[in-house]
Design a protein around this ligand. Structure first.
Ligand code: FAD
Length: 391
């Protein structure tokens, strides 16, 4: 049975089935016992703890919602719960998992041919094959929908790719990178399964990040990389298809923000109960309680929101604007929660060993990736006003 956790104030976890709660507990136990002891060391070094991959694979949760190919075929609500549990301990590991299970496998699951799904998904599900998702570029981030400069030119049985991709998570060690490129003939965005050893592919690690330091982000250069037509995602014909993947994964990012906020809140609450000043636990001071309650109210609102978001997803009713609203709200509130958590911990709030400092830093990356606050706000704004602010 899951121990009572302060961060689930409205007992949303109690709406899950026994099997779902058992899986939540299994992932929490793995994160607490096997990941938590490692993360600060790896975060500091800016390296990835590859030793956790076989154990993560044993949990058999990768490709959470997909049907077939060895995937668990669980509800989207469970995908969210698991993302939250991972981020509650470490947002980098949650991001690694989100790229693998969501962005990379999701592109193949939603947009690949049957042969492509058969080739890639079973091995990716077992984390024997690692994937990455290459959309954004050094000069094109928010404007990726119409502005990609990476090109694909049809040549005989294949395609020739040229260009650069920036920020691509897992890229330094991925076996396959989904590359989104503009077809020079019809001007539409298409997706390609670019294999690791393709001549002309160069991946440089992006160094010295101040957030998500465990995630290995790459700067990719493609110099006349040849990809066979059989490695073009057969059902990705325009950017609207790419957006189907992002809609699904953006909901997951909202859950990651909830996890990051919850980890910070729970650490801060425990700390304030134990830390004494003026002869009393600091948790007894009114000003500290005000911070804690502000954190809890935002956290509870966020959790309630993402629960409903995932229910919509499970009902097949999720829209871009639903996912964007949750992504904006949760990442914005997370920034507030982690900064209050850091504040109530005084000096120790900036020490890695107390965990909250890492949540403070990592919240900054979650805030920006998979669509910034501005871009997701404008997606919602367009929907409610009927008037697009995008050029
Ligand atoms: P820009 O687009 O240059 O934006 C700069 C600022 O201008 C932002 O505040 C933005 O909101 C604002 N802005 C832009 N346009 C408008 C507008 N129309 N109106 C108002 N304001 C506007 N990408 C991948 O493809 N794969 C990955 O695996 C991946 N992982 C990432 C991991 C990390 C840690 C980070 C930081 C990024 C990752 N990204 C990845 C890229 C990420 O999606 C982009 O950073 C993000 O979309 C923003 O793009 P940008 O950084 O180029 O900022």
């Amino acid at each position: 049975e899951l121990p009572p956790i302060e961060g689930d104030f409205y007992h949303l976890g109690h709406t899950l089935t026994d099997d779902q709660r058992a899986l939540q507990l299994k992932v929490r136990t793995f994160m607490e016992n096997e990941v938590k002891p490692l993360v600060n060391r790896y975060w500091l070094k800016g390296e990835f703890p590859f030793e956790i991959i076989p154990r993560l694979a044993e949990l058999n949760v990768c490709g959470v919602t997909y049907e077939g190919y060895g995937c668990p075929h669980l509800p989207f609500l469970m995908e969210g719960i698991l993302a939250m549990e991972m981020a509650r301990v470490d947002a980098s590991i949650a991001t690694f998992f989100g790229v693998q299970s969501g962005l990379a496998m999701g592109s193949i699951y939603l947009l690949g041919s049957e042969a492509q799904k058969q080739e890639w998904l079973p091995r990716m599900q077992k984390l024997q094959t690692i994937g990455a998702f290459g959309l954004t570029e050094p000069e094109v981030g928010s404007g990726a929908a119409g502005g990609l400069t990476t090109t694909a030119k049809r040549q005989g049985d294949g395609w020739v790719l040229n260009g650069q991709k920036k920020w691509i998570g897992n890229a330094t060690f991925a076996d396959v990178i989904i590359i989104w490129a503009k077809d020079l003939d019809d001007g539409q965005v298409k997706g390609f399964l670019l294999r690791k050893d393709t001549p002309g592919l160069d991946v440089e690690k992006i160094e010295d990040k101040m957030a998500l330091r465990i995630v290995q982000n790459g700067l990719i250069t493609l110099r006349s990389c040849v990809v066979q037509e059989s490695d073009r995602l057969q059902n990705a014909n325009t950017f609207k298809d790419t957006a189907k993947v992002l809609r699904m994964t953006r909901a997951g990012v909202a859950w990651e923000a909830v996890g990051c906020a919850r980890g910070a809140y729970e650490s801060a609450l425990a700390y304030t109960r134990q830390r004494k000043q003026f002869g009393r636990p600091i948790a007894s001071f009114q000003l500290i309680q005000n911070h804690l309650v502000e954190m809890l109210s935002n956290l509870t609102a966020m959790q309630t929101m993402v629960f409903r978001l995932s229910q919509l997803q499970d009902e097949g009713k999720l829209t871009d604007e639903h996912a964007s609203l949750a992504k904006v709200f949760c990442t914005l509130r997370t920034r507030d929660i982690v900064s209050r958590a850091r504040e109530v911990m005084g000096g120790n709030g900036i020490l890695l060993q107390y965990d909250v400092a890492r949540f403070v830093a990592d919240a900054e990356a979650i805030y920006s990736y998979e669509g910034t606050k501005e871009i997701n706000t404008l997606i919602v704004g367009r929907s409610i006003t009927g008037s697009s602010a995008f050029v």
